[in-house]
Design a protein around this ligand. Structure first.
Ligand code: SF4
Length: 302
């Protein structure tokens, strides 16, 4: 049985940059606070904890003064920056440039929508840190839509500008877009003007480009082991791509969840993961699969 690690899996540049920034800071200063999990991966959070990274939530941030706090790749709403100023907190801003650019676009769209009594819709996960940062650009007025049922909050007689959280699935975005378009048209007797609907596919290419790559990868192997934190949004989206193209796909957070029975009839196993999955973890999973079956060779396709 051959075990291959997908060369396209592992950290995107946004996550890599945030972790590098945290490690550089800790090397010079030791302890560093981080607002929320630096990545949705408990194993990596634990590794960084041992180096001095302390994860805090928004309530804890309110109590801090005169210290350094890392902003992770997901970005933050304006109120976080205001609080930091008040409490003399130095922010180490590792917001991903792709997210920062999207925040700007959302802010600009919100201002334009104000002029025409329109609405901004964000297709994303309610409460997700990136979504909190995006709605923060709209005075928290943007409507967050996760499922088609959430569209009930939208007034279809008013114009709409649509964006996506960067880590959602492409298919999910275009399904929602089609539903919005249909309902906007229905509210206007079938005719839609340019000002009525502006849809922006703002899914990060680091995620969407992985979908076709993972489709090919999952078809090449008998069994797919997808490694990701269970809280990772892009982890869920990318795993569903694997599962769709290879029913023998398994989602694990770490090697302790592996089951021997998965590999009984397999001659090749593919290991892949999310944009928040460290390469060292996929290598560790590959090592465990090797130990589980006699004569299994690991070839890291890097
Ligand atoms: S997935 Fe894209 S937007 Fe999100 S952190 Fe990575 S590079 Fe940035």
């Amino acid at each position: 049985m051959e075990v291959t690690i997908d060369k396209n899996s592992g950290y995107c540049f946004g996550v890599e940059f945030a972790i590098q920034m945290a490690e550089d800071e800790m090397e010079s200063d030791g302890l560093l606070y981080c607002l929320g999990d630096i990545v949705h991966n408990d194993m990596e959070v634990q590794r960084l904890y041992e180096k001095g990274l302390r994860i805090i939530d928004r309530e804890q941030l309110q109590q801090l003064h005169n210290c350094k706090v890392l902003i992770r790749a997901h970005g933050e709403p304006p109120e976080t920056y205001q609080l930091a100023l008040r409490n003399n907190i130095e922010l180490i801003d590792a917001s991903c440039p792709v997210v920062l650019k999207l925040q700007n676009r959302v802010k600009h769209a919100y201002d334009k929508m104000q002029e025409v009594d329109g609405q901004v819709i964000i297709y994303g996960q309610k409460g997700h840190a990136e979504v909190v940062g995006l709605t923060g650009q709209t005075n928290k007025e943007a409507i967050v839509v996760t499922t088609a049922e959430d569209l009930e909050q939208v007034n279809f007689s008013r114009p709409v500008t649509l964006f996506s959280q960067t880590t959602k699935s492409t298919k999910g975005f275009y399904d929602i877009k089609a539903k919005i378009e249909e309902r906007l048209k229905a509210a206007r007797g079938g005719v839609l003007n340019v000002v009525d609907f502006n849809a922006n596919d703002s899914i990060c290419r680091q995620v969407s480009n992985r979908e076709p790559q993972l489709t090919r990868f999952s078809q090449l192997h008998d069994v797919i082991v997808f490694v990701s934190g269970k809280k990772s949004s892009n982890g869920k989206a990318l795993y569903s791509v694997c599962r769709q193209h290879n029913p023998d796909s398994y989602f694990i957070e770490n090697e302790s969840e592996l089951e021997t029975g998965w590999f009984e009839n397999a001659t090749s196993v593919g290991i892949c993961g999310a944009t928040s999955t460290p390469m060292w973890l996929m290598e560790r999973v590959a090592g465990h699969i090797r130990q589980m079956g006699a004569g299994v060779a690991v070839s890291a396709d890097l």
